[in-house]
Design a protein around this ligand. Structure first.
Ligand code: UDX
Ligand code: ADP
Length: 463
């Protein structure tokens, strides 16, 4: 079977870049990305490609080339479903904020809505591809909805988890380590798997396209994210010990990373991991393990999140302690708000939680981030619900110029590892700050010796 028409439901951080790359590499396939969020679709269609709703290096160029050629963004979900032979589901699956599994299980209401909509619209057989990260056995639930509410047409369900990391999404999509496709092993399943594998084979080596059963594929995604997050929590645990003992966490990371069994990646100590996936996926894993009565397995993985929360909290409390146990009325600058560099995504960013702790101590927070907008920053704090919108606006000021942000500040905290922070005129920044001027490097990116020679009191995670 040759796929000519693809629909993707959800034009977010996963759906947008993934479909852009499929359209770019497969000019013979018409790709339509649909979303219920009209504003988001409007931005994807903005004549000026620099206004697309997500920032990813390299994405604007691809969008400029393929949008209107074989890539389309639309709010007409039903038309796109009707026309497509293959439908990707890339909607959000946040952690549940209510009811059973609150705070741990994935909220599948958007997925279920999609399944019901596909079932009611489809008049021809469809291949439905789960792209969103989902609890194991979600494909089964989708299949049950499709088969029981559909118009008698046949559905094949595939799991095709996305492994792209934000900030490097385009590169990850163009050169993936592997593509994973889970599907049924009957004839229909095999045809569907091959159809999707053929799409990827336009630019990915066949030997990198793995096929498994649906549940292995679903669980592999959760496992990959749990292992990656565990590495960050492991090095962060060591960073606290380094600070007490005089060891340097960068040196420790380098020394262990040269062991080929350990490997050098994902060993950067930080103020804590953020992003939409790690915490959500681990909590989801914990919930699944508990639901099978596997309490030791659940506790083991939950500790990765507990360590991460501790790292964020201790970064904030260290700032307070160092500033003579009071930050009330003091201006503290946040360099960076995004959860990592090269993205405008702020979901679960450590900056939000560090700001929350400092606002509780009545600090005045000044934020500068090269890509995150003021409404997003304020909305992140409002969403926490710790204090009123008025109080958040009183305590937080967002700047478009880092030098202005740092004027009259008592301390600077580096929350995101944006490259531009390294090349600032730190002498100029120092001159305009209150003395003693403190820098807390939560990302281990600044040259501490240089800053100390200017006059800063400098502290870095793990040193
Ligand atoms: C992650 C997975 O990497 C990706 O495969 C999956 O598809 C989605 O989840 P993402 O969340 O976009 O991707 O970014 P990632 O690069 O994994 O970083 C996650 C968080 O960990 C960031 O806050 C990052 O700053 C932090 N991190 C990462 C560290 O603190 N230290 C490291 O060494 C690596
Ligand atoms: P991710 O990082 O997984 O891509 P996002 O939140 O960035 O998550 O994107 C998910 C998108 O899915 C959102 O833009 C949201 O509006 C969209 N969405 C959610 N449910 C539906 C639905 N039933 N139909 C169409 N779009 C949906």
């Amino acid at each position: 079977m040759v796929v000519k028409n693809i629909c993707c439901i959800g034009a977010g951080y996963v759906g947008g870049p993934t479909m852009a790359v499929i359209a770019y590499k497969c000019p013979g396939i018409k790709v339509t990305v649909v979303d219920v969020n009209e504003a988001r679709v409007k931005s994807w269609n903005d004549k000026d490609v620099s206004n697309i709703p997500i920032y990813e290096p390299g994405l604007e160029d691809i969008i400029a080339e393929v949008r209107g050629r074989n890539l389309f963004f639309s709010t007409d979900v039903e038309k796109a479903i009707d026309e497509a032979e293959m439908i990707f589901i890339s909607v959000n699956t946040p952690t549940k904020t209510y009811g059973l599994g609150k705070g741990k299980a994935a909220d599948l209401k958007y997925i279920e809505l999609c399944a019901r909509q596909i079932a009611s619209v489809a008049k021809t057989d469809k291949i439905v591809v789960e792209k969103s990260t989902l609890p194991v056995r979600t494909a089964e639930a989708i299949k049950s909805i499709l088969d029981n509410t559909g118009n008698g047409v046949k559905f094949q369900i595939l799991s095709n988890p996305e492994f792209l990391a934000e900030g490097t999404a385009v590169q990850d999509l163009l050169n993936p380590d592997r593509v994973l496709i889970g599907g049924g092993n009957d004839e229909g399943g095999t045809i569907a798997i091959n159809a999707l594998a053929d799409v990827y084979a336009s630019w990915v080596d066949r030997h990198k396209i793995l096929t498994t059963n649906v549940w292995s594929s679903e669980l592999s995604k959760l496992t990959a994210n749990a292992f990656l997050a565990q590495r960050v929590s492991s090095i962060n645990a060591m960073s606290e010990l380094c600070e007490k003992t005089g060891a340097d966490v960068n040196e420790v990371a380098m020394a262990i990373g040269m062991d080929s069994r350990i490997g050098s990646k994902f060993l950067k100590a930080s103020v804590g991991f953020g992003g939409s996936c790690f915490q959500k996926d681990i909590l989801n894993l914990v919930y699944i393990a508990k639901s099978y009565g596997l309490n030791e397995v659940a506790d083991y993985w939950e500790q990765v999140v507990i360590m991460n929360d501790h790292q964020k909290r201790r970064f904030a409390s260290n700032i307070i302690k160092t500033l003579y146990n009071t930050v009330s009325g003091k201006k503290i600058v946040f360099l960076g708000w995004a959860f990592k560099k090269d993205t405008n995504d702020t979901r679960e960013s450590a900056a939000i939680y560090v700001a929350d702790d400092l606002l509780n101590e009545q600090a005045n927070i000044a934020v500068y981030d090269p890509k995150v907008s003021e409404p997003k920053i304020l909305n992140d704090l409002d969403y926490l619900g710790t204090r009123s919108e008025t109080e958040n606006r009183k305590g937080v000021e967002v700047y478009s110029d880092p030098y202005e942000a740092c004027k009259d500040a008592y301390a600077i905290a580096v929350l995101t590892e944006w490259d531009e922070f390294k090349s600032y005129d730190w002498g100029k920044i120092y001159k305009n700050m209150r003395k003693p001027a403190f820098v807390f490097d939560g990302r281990n990116i600044l040259d501490g010796e240089m800053l100390k020679s200017i006059g800063f009191v400098f502290q870095s995670i793990g040193k």
